[in-house]
Write a protein that binds this ligand. Sequence first.
Ligand code: M21
Length: 143
Amino acid sequence: SADIMKDVTLGFGEALQHCREESQLTEEKLDEFFHFWRDDFKFEDHELGCAIKCMSRHFNLLTDSHRMHHENTDKFIQSFPNGEMLSKQMVQIIHTCEQKFDSVEDHCWRILRIAECFKLACIAADIAPTMELLMAEFIMEAE
Ligand code: M21
């Protein structure tokens, strides 16, 4: 399942180029989205939350109230090889994280907290991809 998450991360990360301008995220702050899974990745910048919001919207994964669109998110994850094995679990993790931070009114801040919560829950559930796996695939795609 680390392999599935690798594909979902790289697929989701493709929206980054569309969202740099809107989110005002500088190249240095997030040169590649797969750094999301690094141990030292920092969930500090408001713009990062805005970028993830924009990327989610790019794939139509948000409702009008900027919450996860369950059906679209499930379909998005299922669009990756073996995604159906992980889609229910991922949607559940994100939903649980959403509830935890529901009182945060600012969309970018709330989504940033949800993203951090999602990462930690994936590591705990042993479905996070390894950096080695992500790097190898990223380099292959670039070649
Ligand atoms: C699947 C690979 C990376 C995904 C990272 C971001 C996931 C963060 C989830 C935020 C969802 C926002 C929901 C809004 O309530």
